[in-house]
Design a protein around this ligand. Sequence first.
Ligand SMILES: Cc1cc2nc3c(=O)[nH]c(=O)nc-3n(C[C@H](O)[C@H](O)[C@H](O)COP(=O)(O)OP(=O)(O)OC[C@H]3O[C@@H](n4cnc5c(N)ncnc54)[C@H](O)[C@@H]3O)c2cc1C
Length: 450
Amino acid sequence: MTSMQNGQSKKKLDIAIVGGGLVGSLEALYLAKRGHHVSIYEYREDIRQTPLVRGRSINLALSVRGRRALKDVGLEQKMIFEHGIPMTGRMIHRLDGSTYSIPYDSRTNQCIYSVGRNYLNGLLLQESESYDNVERYFNHKLSEANLEKGSLTFIKTDTKETVKVTADLVVGADGAFSAVRRAMMKQPLFDFSQKYIEHGYLELCIPAGEDDGFQMPPNYLHIWPRGNFMMIALPNQDCSWTVTLFMPFVNFKKLDTEGKLLDFFETYFPDSIPLIGKKKLIEDFFGGSPSSLVAIKCRPYHVKDKALLIGDAAHAVVPFYGQGMNAGFEDCTLLDQLFQKHHDNLVDILEEFSETRWEDTFAISDLAMYNYIEMRDLVTRPSYRLRKMFDDFLFWLMPNFWVPLYNSVTFTTMPYSQCVKNRKWQNKMLLFCVTSAAVLAITLYFRGLQ
Ligand SMILES: Cc1cc2nc3c(=O)[nH]c(=O)nc-3n(C[C@H](O)[C@H](O)[C@H](O)COP(=O)(O)OP(=O)(O)OC[C@H]3O[C@@H](n4cnc5c(N)ncnc54)[C@H](O)[C@@H]3O)c2cc1C
């Protein structure tokens, strides 16, 4: 396929995207906008026609990196203003049921948005219908791939037929357990590591109140931090809450009777029981089983000019920074910039993506691991609140110079690795200031005695 652009003949590529989840369906829009011919192959049925699947996180926190990508494809306004629910900070639930809030950004009131996973995925797929150059194939499971040749074999899950296709470029957006990545692992010099944490998660639900409204203040991410475990809740459009209990698998195992479950909730989350309802708590808890959480690091992300990994397939992270999808969406934005920079030359695009992206995805992976400790434990400590006070004050004083870690990750598009570097020099500066102040105070004290 060719078209004339600026007097030059420019090849339009045939691109196969494996995985029509959040990242794959967004990438399809970016590529379609550039005029390439895109085929999305998705294992599941069309999400727009299936009811909610219990067990997958129902809602997600969308922040600036994700918003920027949605803006590029013309969907930010729809997503944020017609659907998203702003969350302006954390609301902490103490053991006695009392609460207090910690704003994310008291200086400029920036917030994150709670959005429905299925709604967002459906919206992206729906948008792809407006491009003639995008085709969608549901119930297609990738079973084999020769990435050097760009050839893929799918099994149709409904008819069991085999479908073989060849593409100029294969984009693996098939999630944490990516089949494309599995094929890539046969390449020499491909590094890969995966880490399961010993905590799992189970989703519960606080339904809408009797007046059909929210039972808790809606514009917060609610957290019940309990040291080695925690529960969080994000608001849904229908005024219900998706509640996620994160806890070591061994603790889940111990809650094997209704009595033990209710005792556990009465001890650790007493204020949540009337909100969830005892009957619903028991039904939801025993109706599901805890899911595992895995972090995946690998590199390089590409094979020659033929195949590329993006999203969770390239860098699944644990969900505690609310950045997995946002980072995947950022992959799409960065790729689009590289397509622009290298005039659709795949060799240069894929090489530069691999070389420049891994450091940032490794950084967000480590930050996400750290944030679990912050959310479930540190957030309740005076030292955390003191540091937050310092950070907020300095941010207010020097907004361009002192951007706190959470704000730089969530509300800017600063590369993740730079956010970490910033935090390190901020720590050094604070340590220097505190040490100097202490030395000065001691000196003045002893001088006063003389
Ligand atoms: C509990 C939890 C909470 C989270 N909260 C947040 C949050 O608040 N904010 C945030 O930014 N991120 C969050 N995340 C992370 C986010 O869900 C992921 O980063 C995001 O879904 C990644 O999108 P993806 O398209 O790369 O992968 P996926 O969403 O996993 O999509 C992959 C797609 O590929 C398809 N597929 C798989 N195998 C094949 C195959 N062989 N052939 C064809 N298709 C295939 C799948 O069916 C799926 O549709 C959370 C994750 C969890 C688990």
